[in-house]
Design a binder for this molecule. Structure first.
Ligand code: RIB
Ligand code: CA
Length: 309
């Protein structure tokens, strides 16, 4: 039985790789792609999503979402993803256009259609998810799970405290964490172990198809950056969240109370994870504390291989 999902994203190089593996998975029924401002502005993330869906050869709706966070001033990650959002990768311009509904009306439309079965995979700032919850409070009962890439129990990657997706819109994250929906957090504690080593990247490049070449070239350029920061490979952040929905057994999670700092001068965007259960507050998030790297990277290779057939 396929899982009906909506993927909310801010392509973004690793978002692109996440879309490649999502569309190759046999057990995901991707109902729509929704876009959000994040790595780059909304025009670029939306255009990149349209291009990527056509590049993969799919005809799935792309619905444009929020152009800015709920409250704070926008930030981008152009220093990582380039001004285009897809690094130096050039893929054909999109022929199609976006769906006539915006992201949150599209999410709601599908949630009604799937009567509580719809899952959301969020790969960027959580702005669209929060806006959907604020416009349609009844949706809480119509979403079976939100799996998002973001946050960390430990340190950040955007500031010393905060991971980019949460830092970009902490208020949105706070709304989502307080929604009562079943949530899985795939944060840096897992994604910094979801590493593509050089030999993995060479093997991906040898698959010789468009998505594998895109993935391999981008990961090769990321490799130096991560090696300089002491990692043995390139971290596949967003693909980890998609892989966790494809195969839940890849993650080790703990059900914990998580909130978000929204006011700290140095800590805004920090996911505050009550790992020692000192607050006595009810857990609200399944927090990924580990990932099976070998099985994860093999799944990525298997799914990318499918584009060569
Ligand atoms: O911290 C990593 C996250 O921020 C990923 O989703 C990446 O695409 C950026 O959005
Ligand atoms: Ca992303």
């Amino acid at each position: 039985m396929k899982k009906p999902v909506i993927i909310d994203c801010d392509p973004g190089i690793d978002d692109a790789v996440a879309l490649f593996i999502a569309f190759a998975a046999d057990n995901l029924d991707i109902r729509a792609i929704t876009t959000v401002a994040g790595n780059v502005g909304i025009e670029k993330t939306t255009n990149n999503a349209l291009k990527l869906v056509e590049y993969i050869g799919k005809s799935v709706r792309v619905a444009r979402g929020a152009s800015r966070p709920i409250m704070k001033e926008p930030v981008t990650a152009e220093e990582v993803h380039g001004s285009s959002g897809l690094g130096n990768m050039v893929i054909p311009e999109a022929k199609g256009s976006t769906y006539y509904k915006n992201a949150y009306d599209t999410i709601y439309e599908e949630a009604i259609n799937y009567k509580g079965e719809l899952q959301i995979i969020a790969l960027g700032p959580l702005t669209n998810i929060a806006l959907t919850l604020m416009k349609y409070p009844d949706i809480r009962k119509k979403i079976s799970n939100i799996t998002f890439m973001g946050g960390s129990i430990g340190l950040g990657n955007c500031t010393p405290s905060a991971e980019f997706n949460i830092y970009a819109d902490p208020e949105a994250a706070k709304v989502v964490f307080g929604s009562g929906i079943d949530i899985t957090m795939v944060g840096l504690d897992a994604t910094h172990k979801a590493l593509a080593f050089e030999e993995d990247i060479r093997e991906i490049l040898s698959l010789n198809n468009g998505p594998s070449e895109f993935t391999g070239k981008c990961m090769l350029s990321y490799l130096e950056f991560y090696r300089r920061h002491g990692f043995k490979g390139a971290a596949l952040h967003d693909p980890s969240a998609v892989a966790a929905v494809i195969d839940e057994s890849l993650l080790k999670t703990q059900y914990l109370y998580v909130d978000v700092e929204t006011k700290g001068e140095f800590t805004s965007g920090k996911t505050v994870v009550d790992i020692y259960r000192v607050t006595g507050k009810k857990p609200n998030v399944h927090v990924a504390v580990d990932i099976d790297r070998d099985r994860f990277i093999n799944l990525v290779k298997e799914l990318l291989k499918k584009y060569g057939k």
